[in-house]
Ligand binder design. Structure first.
Ligand code: SF4
Length: 90
């Protein structure tokens, strides 16, 4: 989840219907992580979020289809939704 309000513009996780998911929680259930991965897969700023996650020291939360919580195995969109191919954002 992108922290900057300017960068959040268009973020699927900021939509009202997705705000109840535990984006910054450290104890998200497998179902919640699967739901967040599904939201990320359709997010219009997925590439921006992935870049920010890769260039920021993050140790918790769900970013760009990945659970960044350091004490848990990473979960990716591909792990959660086998067969789903991510395209590159334009
Ligand atoms: S890719 Fe996922 S975590 Fe990142 S802004 Fe989009 S919905 Fe939020």
């Amino acid at each position: 989840m992108i922290a900057s309000p300017e960068s959040m513009r268009g973020a699927a996780c900021a939509r009202p219907e997705n705000q109840d998911l535990p984006w910054i929680g450290e104890d998200a259930s497998p179902l919640a992580r699967a739901l967040m991965a599904r939201v990320c897969a359709s997010c219009p700023i997925l590439a921006t979020c992935a870049l920010e996650a890769a260039t920021t020291t993050t140790t918790a939360g769900f970013w760009a289809g990945h659970d960044r919580t350091t004490w848990r195995e990473p979960t990716t969109v591909q792990d959660t939704l086998p067969g789903l191919e991510l395209g590159t954002a334009a």
